[in-house]
Ligand binder design. Sequence first.
Ligand SMILES: [Zn+2]
Ligand SMILES: [Zn+2]
Length: 740
Amino acid sequence: MDDVLVAEVVFNLPLERPYTYAIPDELRQLIQAGQRVRAPLGRGNRSVVGYCVAVKAADSAQRKLKPITELLDRDPLLDPRMLELTRWIGERYLCGWGQVLDSVIPAGVRRKSGTREVQSFVMSPNAEEKLGTTRLSRQQQAVVDVLRTSTSPVGAADLCERAGCGPGPLTSLRKKGLITAIRIRSDITGDELTSFDQQTDLELNEQQQLALDRILRPIRASEHETLLLHGVTGSGKTEVYIRAIREVVSYGRQAIVLVPEISLTPQTIRRFRNRFQSVAVLHSHMTDAERHWQWQQIASGGIEVIVGARSAVFAPTPNLGLIVIDEEHEPSFKQDSTPRYHAREVARKRCLDEKVPLILGSATPTLESWLRAQRNLDTLVSMPDRVAGRPLPPVLIVDTRNDPRISRGSSIGRAMFQSITSALKAKGQVILFLNLRGYSPTVWCRSCGAGIKCPNCDVTLTLHRDRMAVVCHSCDYETSPPKTCPTCSSPAVRFIGTGTQRLDEEVKNTFPEATVLRMDSDSMKKPGSHDEALEKFRSGEVQILLGTQMIAKGLDFPNVTLVGVVDADTMLRQPDMRAAERTFQLIAQVAGRTGRSERGGRVLVQTTCPDDPAVKFASKHDFIGFAQHELAERFDQQAPPFTNTARIILRGLDEVRTRQTAQAVAERLRSARQGATTAVQVIGAAPAPVIRLRNHWRFHLRMSAKNHELIRELWQSVEKSLSLPDDVEFAIDVDPINAR
Ligand SMILES: [Zn+2]
Ligand SMILES: [Zn+2]
């Protein structure tokens, strides 16, 4: 009876082990794993918020623990399965469990979790009529503006914050009958969830049916299996996903579909909303209140399908049936800040624990996924043909080294010029892809030969002519274009290379009769502009669409008869182990935008490296050949996916101290190797490829081994005793894909 209970608590710190606290009597009946608590931490007994991760009986040695001071949540924020998943992420990605929890649980959920119901507001049903005849104060108008553009009810506090007012205007608007107060509960449906016109299923072709049959096997057997759906662009993968999800939904279960953030377009969302009754969309631009609301909806089980970017892998579905990751090769599935998890690996772990299948879909799978399928760890499901027997478009490699137009400074070579001309003449549409935004991607001094760099970063500045500025694409530093070189004061400053803005100008001048539209992150800042631009292209109002990655994905316009890759070298020349893989992926994705109707289509790729294997294999649409070639190279270098790596980045304001710290960490790791961990290679320390970023010097080192466990063992053996100077920070990136 006199059992003493203790709580294990983790904090938002890079520490792996939980702290143990005594549970005061008054909290004994209330505390559960998954709730937040306040507890004294460290010698100064600072009161810090942490997460209770376990409640258990104390052993005799634990009678004199510090007690928890406050319990912050009435209900757990996470169920035991999600708690286990977050623990695993900390272990797998070498960061603190508390850091993972802090990142995974949306801020809005944490803040409002203490109350079951949140006072929220929506526009009243007949408000639009009344608005015409009602005079509003400036603040009242601001409140109305927020509510009219919001897709779900907005919590009172959030509404005041966004409208920049106190609670007064809310009360008066309510009295006028313009807005309605509601208590958010799971049974309320906002317009995010209203169903769209439901479309019936399309008929599957034989290839799609075979793929679906294979996917349904583990779904029907309630087993975990990872299936790599390798389908060429235009093979109809989405329809296969939808049918698999339909099966899962028919069992009363939920499905999560992860797509790259850049593909989370209204078109993509519509494809799911047209086919399922309740679809939730999770993206990075949601307000805290919207996210909280969605989280509750999902947790209540009222949502069939969750479509979202990376972090949707944590959607709290009570009865998960399937996870689909579309375009699994996209680097954005890896988080670039702590916890640096890869959504694919988190999904794999979650599906394994919940005994449900995982589908990884791509026309160009990562070599990591491909190798697993080759080794029969995952199941390969192939869709090598396009729907309706349409051929993949012919890809022509154009060597631009002696091109007369290019040597005169144009970016459109002779072959490309002729192809665009004839495509336009035949009333076809054209897509031009260029991976560099801005006007001129390099600012350079002809006198001293130095590239003109950002003062905060080791990155050359890019000219943006539309706002007459040079900009750093790493830290957003911006200044007016220099008239003289900052190094030698010579006036011979040149702006070289072509970004999308300059291409836009050139294409407009070269084809004055055509309407040209540019799509990149600079021109598509306004909400809705993306949809609007694509609509103009779809309707035929625009003949030439040019842009960055934004136009490389998912677009399906039957009238596109020509796709041009303006400069394949920009991807190929990156100092990155994955440069060839990325080049292959991009050419294949861009090529996938044409030849989707009986009109056919072709692809032109301009390069100065026509013999590069990535370019050659891509021109033949030969993913398997490319994968074999590239895997052989990686094997020779003992690089991933044949080894696992972890990168440690040290950053600090003082160059010498940062370098010395990096060297000291590398030495510590080398000398700590013993037993099995002698097989861990420690490479470096060396300057990071971008040695300065946002004013910080950066040095890195790398651990490489046959498996993660060896790396973890070595890291943990030194981590606790590492003492870094106060002004040097470290980050650890397991399975890094960002080489900067
Ligand atoms: Zn100079
Ligand atoms: Zn910068």
